[in-house]
Structures are given as C-alpha cells and as structure tokens.
Design a protein around this ligand. Sequence first.
Ligand SMILES: [Zn+2]
Length: 333
Amino acid sequence: MLKRHSMRFAAALLPAVASFVAAPNAALAAARQHHDQVPGYYRLKVGDLEVTALFDGPAVFDQHWLTGTKPTMDGVAKELQEDPHILEISVTGFLVNTGKQLILIDAGAGTWFGGGALGRLAGSLRSAGYTPEEVDMVLVTHLHSDHVGGVTTQDGRRVFPNADVYVAKAESEFWLSPDLAAKAPKDAQPFFQSAQAIAAPYIKAAKWHTLSGSETIVDGMQLVPLSGHTPGHTAYEFSSKGQHILFWGDTLHVQNLQLHNPEVTVVFDIDPTAAAATRNQLLSKLAREDVLIAGPHMLFPGLGRLHKEGSGYSWTPVAFTDQWVESAPSPQK
Ligand SMILES: [Zn+2]
C-alpha cells in the first residue's frame, strides 16, 4: 500500500518537477537588481574607544604615480600586466568616540581631489549615526587634499563648524607658506592652493591649530611623526585598556603592491628616500607588535594587522562582525 501510494504521489509530482528542471530559477531571475550598497561605515571597539571607519570613496592609483629604481619598476610593470586591479585603493577617514569627545582622523577629499567618486565621508558619518556638528576635533595626518579636503566646501564653508582642526606645525608651515607656494614647481602648485583654501575658514575662526610634537591634546593619544611623504606627516596612536590603534596616514598607498614591495615610492613623496625609510622602519615595528592599523588608502574599511612575509609584509584585515554593536556604549555628548 505504502509503496503504491508513494508511486502515485511521485507520478503526480512529475510534471512539476519536469518544468522546474526545464526552466531553472525562472521566477528568481525576474527579481529586480539592487544597485545601492550598504552604508559606507564600519565600526569596532578598541578598549573603550568606539572607532568607525567612514568611506570617502573608491580610487585607482595611477601607474605613473609609482616611482622606484629600474629593477623595482620593472617588477612593478610585470605585476601590473598580470593584474591591473592591484592599483585599486580606498579613501577613508576614521571617527573615534572616546566617550567624551568625537574625533575625526583625516576627512577624505571633499570636492578637492578631482571630485567624482570621492567626497562621501560626511554622508557616511551621517549613516553612522552622527552629524558633522557633533565632531569636536579633526586630526589631520597631512595636508594633501584627499585627507583634509573633506573639512571645507568649495565655497569656503566649514563642514565641521564646531571642530578644532589639528595638524603638525611643520606640515602647516610648509603648505600654508605663500613663499614656498610661489617657488613650488607648477605641478605642485595645486597642492599648496587647495591646502590654503581648505585651511582658510578654520584659521579665520581661530580653529586651526598646530602641533609641535609632545603636547597631549587627547588623553591616551600619542603623536607619531612620520616625515618623508610630506614635511610634517604624522600618525596618531590611540590606546585604551591595553589595546592600540595607529592611524597611519599615507605610510602606504597601494597595499597590493607596496606591502611586498615597500621600497616602491610615489610622486607625492616630498622626500622619497625618507618616505621609504620611514615606511620600512614602521612596518617592521608594527609586524612585531599587536597594533591595529587604520590606513586611509587600505581597502575599506582600512583596518587590519601586519605580519612579516618573506622580504615584505602581509595584511590581515579585520573580520566583519555585527555582534559588538549591540553592546556599544551610546555616545555621550
Ligand atoms: Zn593620501
């Protein structure tokens, strides 16, 4: 009985099964494609600090911006032939909520770096639950417009009206000097002009501050001078409950190339030899320590750790988790 019944049952199903096989997923294929992306932020905790990576946009590093010795560049050309995608990078800023202060470290490009795909940081910040008005402080690693452009609109308005902006003294004096700007080669002129226009409204509002190296402006935060890329290029290291995070600015631009070729430099390095030496020193130190790295040009969210691998380094990005967000302290403003 049982057998006959099941046979009949199978026979009844057969036409349905046949049509399913003939047109697999016919109904599923009609679903609308979704072209929007998840909001551009990623959060994690470092001790008591809430750190949020804020996406400013995607970018592709121009091959002609890479520099180095002939053997190095021959190797680079070969790698690029095999995989041009290695030049893909991100532009990211990072928000630290200490529980007392809301601190932005690097602000993305705004409209100052060719426009286009960049300039989304303020939108990412809003998606992350904050407003630009809430930001108390902006720490800038250096004054290239892809790191500081996001603080000022093209018509000279402060995007973070309540924030004090901090940058290394050597950096500020270099890029804001009318004399140096006048003497600079033609292709360097736009960097001076944008830095001056971006800084102007904060200087006018007495909200532009320079750091000479040793002052404590935030508890648990240390300045890490990393000159070479620019005269006052500075990283910021935050520590809380024995955990550390280093916001390293432009220590590295193209992770899929420079991690295993740290000797590759870029045309934007004011002193390429010093930039490479600084990078070598820092990478080898970080590979020995348990420090989380926040890199504005590492692929989003730009957070991970370094390990020694052969003559270069490998990068272990943070693993996605949505667990901790539920237990996160709400910002105390
Ligand atoms: Zn940069």
